[in-house]
Design a protein around this ligand. Structure first.
Ligand code: ZN
Ligand code: FE
Length: 256
């Protein structure tokens, strides 16, 4: 089983998981690149997974379905290109013989879901869309800081070696912000250097891992005294609880 981040637009990845014969793709915002990849490999598209309704995640779904006959599985409570199988938190789906647990992760959008495969060949992995990014999290377009905190906490609780497959290459910009929040976090500084080297060679920084994100991602570290103190230096009215700290971090990042 091979996991590939196919670049799309300026900074999206369309994740492909395949066994040499059949593939799944996640959040195909456009179809051309995926169709080229399918044609060049001879792999058949089996399933399209969708995490949320934004156009950069769904724009290629109709064309891909028409070209390949792939089935589509997406969030139960969002506007989606029909027809599709709608799923929500607590359900499981089997794709390419792999079981994916659906996790509700509202915040970026109201009905955002993630797909977690605990027993995937090569180790667990999660397709988390625009909820968790390496070093950051999605903007709160349709949800509250409390919802995002709960969603990120659910993802942070996954096994540490879970591969984190986010949909955007935002890592370097997220890490610049993370370093402003935690300038003395040695793990963070080391990771930033590794990611800068990767990007200098046009290599993806992803997938990340849950264990790494717990150590370097300020949005998963709102309970750390140093992170809370940085949030209060930026916005002195910030409360002491994790949700208030996350709210301040998210607003700070928006203008960083
Ligand atoms: Zn989005
Ligand atoms: Fe997006």
């Amino acid at each position: 089983m091979q996991l590939i981040p196919l670049p799309a637009f300026s900074d999206n990845y369309i994740w492909i998981l395949h066994d040499g014969q059949r593939a799944l793709v996640v959040d195909p915002g456009e179809s051309a690149g995926v169709q080229q990849w399918l044609a060049s490999t001879g792999v058949q598209l089996d399933t399209i997974l969708i995490t949320h309704h934004h156009a950069d995640h769904t724009g290629g779904v109709a064309e891909l379905r028409e070209a390949t006959g792939a089935r589509v599985i997406g969030p139960a409570f969002e506007t989606m290109p029909e027809p599709l199988r709608r799923v929500s938190g607590g359900e499981s789906v089997e794709v390419l013989g792999i079981r994916f647990e659906v996790i509700d992760v509202p915040g970026h959008t109201a009905g955002h879901i993630a797909f977690f495969a605990p027993d995937a060949p090569g180790g667990p992995l999660v397709f988390c869309g625009d909820t968790l990014f390496s070093g950051g999290c999605g903007r709160l377009f349709e949800g509250t800081p409390g919802q995002m905190h709960e969603s990120l906490s659910a993802l942070a609780a996954l096994p540490g070696h879970t591969r984190v497959c986010c949909t955007h290459e935002y890592t370097l910009s997220n890490l610049r912000f993370a370093v402003a929040v935690e300038p003395d976090n040695a793990d963070l500084l080391g990771y930033q250097a590794r990611c800068e080297a990767l990007r200098a060679q046009q290599q993806p920084t992803l997938p990340s891992s849950i264990e790494l994100e717990r150590r370097i991602n300020p949005f998963l570290r709102t309970a750390e005294p140093g992170v809370a103190a940085a949030a209060r230096r930026h916005a002195p009215a910030t409360g002491t609880d994790a949700v208030s700290v996350l709210a301040t971090l998210r607003e700070w990042k928006n203008v960083f």
